[in-house]
Design a protein around this ligand. Structure first.
Ligand SMILES: C[S@@+](CC[C@H](N)C(=O)[O-])C[C@H]1O[C@@H](n2cnc3c(N)ncnc32)[C@H](O)[C@@H]1O
Length: 203
């Protein structure tokens, strides 16, 4: 089966981003062990409500996307964004099997631009920020996509991101106009919740 990763290498998508999680590793982002470690309802339950517009940035194979779609209900929707078309295809196939596809809008990003124009109640970037080449531009786009009352959850893997590396991302997010409201505990991870800062005042 062609997972698409070869096409991505040839097209330069992986080359451009440098360290993007390849599609052949997608299976490692799903399954029972991960569900036990990082149950999406435990991780996200407090942040999502029926009717919300939510964004799963760097959705990969959709481990969080489908759970988010269940939580926002029929009146809500989830914009599932990823750089790699093969990840979006895999995520939508899973959503179809779970009868959730109508609540999910797939969106292909560019390595240096998310390009999401919707305003979101909640945005998630789970284990993906360390793969983004231009984090300042990334956080500026996240700040711009949040509604005034919206919030953003960044979770990074401890195995790839040190405490100081995570703090650097928090600082970059702050400079982009996001205000860290609290630390969020997730197994094997470092997490922080942000709101939008006051307009014109850096978080
Ligand atoms: C390690 S995977 C995590 C997937 C998912 N968030 C999860 O926790 O299961 C990182 C994902 O981020 C995507 N990604 C990396 N850089 C990106 C960018 N600049 N814009 C959008 N997606 C990106 C990759 O294609 C990959 O699917």
């Amino acid at each position: 089966m062609d997972t698409g990763s070869g096409i991505l290498w040839k097209s330069g998508v992986i080359g451009l981003a440098g360290r993007v999680c390849p599609v052949w590793l997608a299976g490692a982002l799903e399954g029972r062990i991960r569900m036990w470690l990082q149950d999406p309802r435990e991780v996200l339950g407090g942040f999502l409500k029926p009717g919300y517009t939510a964004v799963d940035i760097g959705c990969g194979p959709g481990f969080f996307t489908t759970a988010m779609a269940e939580m926002v209900g029929d009146e809500g929707r989830v914009i599932a964004a990823d750089l790699q078309p093969a990840m979006l295809e895999r995520m939508m196939a899973k959503a179809g099997r779970m009868n959730l596809a109508s609540r999910i809008v797939p969106h292909q990003c560019q390595p240096d631009r998310l390009g999401i124009t919707e305003k979101a109640d909640f945005a998630l970037a789970f284990w993906m920020v360390h793969e983004v080449p231009d984090r300042d531009g990334f956080f500026a786009e996240v700040a711009a996509m949040l509604k005034d009352s919206g919030c953003f959850l960044m979770v990074e893997p401890r195995m790839h991101v040190s405490s100081s590396g995570f703090q650097e991302s928090v600082e970059r997010a702050r400079r982009a106009g996001l205000k860290m409201s609290r630390e969020v505990k997730v197994r094997m991870s470092r997490g922080a919740l942000f709101t939008r800062g006051q307009p014109g005042v850096l978080g």
